[in-house]
Structures are given as C-alpha cells and as structure tokens.
Write a protein that binds this ligand. Sequence first.
Ligand code: ATP
Ligand code: MG
Length: 240
Amino acid sequence: VIELRHVDKHFGELHVLKDINLSVKKGEVVVVIGPSGSGKSTLCRTINRLETIDSGEILIDGTKMPEEGRRLAELRSQIGMVFQSFNLFAHKTILDNVTIAPIDVLHKPRKEAREEAMELLKRVGVDNQAAKVPAQLSGGQQQRVAIARALAMHPKAILFDEPTSALDPEMIGEVLDVMTKLAKDGMTMVIVTHEMNFARRVADRVIFMDGGSIIEEGAPEDFFEHPQTRRAQDFLNSVK
Ligand code: ATP
Ligand code: MG
C-alpha cells in the first residue's frame, strides 16, 4: 500500500531522513520506534507529503505521489493521520468533525455521512458524545474521535504519530484498545509510539530509527528479544 524508495530529506543543514526504504503491505501493522529527534514524525509527515522530500519517491498503491496538484490531494486523502494533539475542529460538534471531510471531499450525501459517522463513533465508543464539542470530551475520547474521523475517509492506511503521548495514563488504554481492534480488523497501519508493550503485541514488524536512518527492522519478538545493534539495545534499555 505504501512504498518509500531512497527517500532523503534535509531541514537546512540537518539530514533528517537518510535513504529511507520502506514498504508497508495491505493489512500490515508497522510500528516505528526510536529516540527523540530520530525523524519518526518527519517520516510520518513525509509519507503523506505534508513534508517535501529532496530525492527518492513515495508510492501509494503503486502510484507515485506527485509534487502538488489535485492528484496529490487525492492520494493524500487516502492515507489517514492521527496526531499526538487531536487536531479536532474546536467549534464544531463531534458529529460534524467526523462528517466534514466525507461531505466536502468525498461528496457524500449529508444523511449518509451522518449515519456512517454515528456507526464509526459507536465503533470507537463515543457515539453518546456526538452532539458535544471537543472541549467537553476527555483526551482519550477526543483521540478516539480523531480515529473515527480518519476512518470516515475509508483510508487505505492510517498513520499514527504518538497517539497516546499527550494523554493522561488512565486514558491511554482505551485508545490503544481501539487501535488493537483496528489492527485485528485488518487495517493497514503505521504507528509511531513509545508504548513498548503495545508495540510488541500489535506490530507485524518493528522499525527502529536513529539519526534519520532505519537502523533495524524485524518481527517484534526478534527485535525486542534480540536487538542486533548497540543503538537499539541502548534504546530498549533506556525505555524499560
Ligand atoms: P520525537 O520522539 O521527539 O517526536 P521524532 O523522532 O519524531 O522525535 P522529528 O520530529 O521527526 O523527530 O524530528 C527530527 C529532527 O528534525 C529533529 O532534530 C528536529 O529538531 C528536526 N525538525 C523537525 N521538524 C523540523 C522543521 N520543520 N524544521 C527544522 N527542523 C525540524
Ligand atoms: Mg515525533
């Protein structure tokens, strides 16, 4: 579904992504871990072309992402994003937050969009909050709305960038549970997280980044039990 070939990116002098090669298959759950500043968020934003790249290419279902234009917007809308900060529209109801893009971008009839949104809100367990505005919800509830909003676009994959790191501890579990369910249902997901137990449980493949490069990748049981590189060993010891 997603393929990166030799992707390079600089922020000025900083070489933030170094020759990244990554392919994510349909239904696969790829967890990205690594120290702060290693380029995980930049990688996520790059996949969706929220960041430009210096060289290399990014393909979505075999189609190369163009630099700009309508085709880029179209491909981008096929990849959902869930961020650390929930990024909901503060002055719109929960239901509107989930229906705006399907109505505006997919041109779905309003009634159909609302019915589907209610089903999605039910799936993430917040259908009873539909008429409220985001500030009236807990962080965990807001993040679950953000997931429902991503699902409403019928994305080919969803990218999660530390979806639980802004949450109070007691709310982390409810968001991880929703993500675990999605993974079981076959959603293609790329997840940046510091929740190592969750990573081990849900990942088909773990990618360890450091200094803008993919240093190691493998099945979770191999990576967590037998990290090959010193850098991965040090990182895992530091988060234990
Ligand atoms: P964290 O775990 O703290 O979220 P990360 O792995 O997500 O870290 P990135 O946010 O991708 O790291 O940042 C990688 C590097 O790029 C960092 O050194 C950061 O300071 C730098 N960086 C990120 N965004 C920009 C930007 N817009 N302009 C310049 N430098 C940036
Ligand atoms: Mg980050």
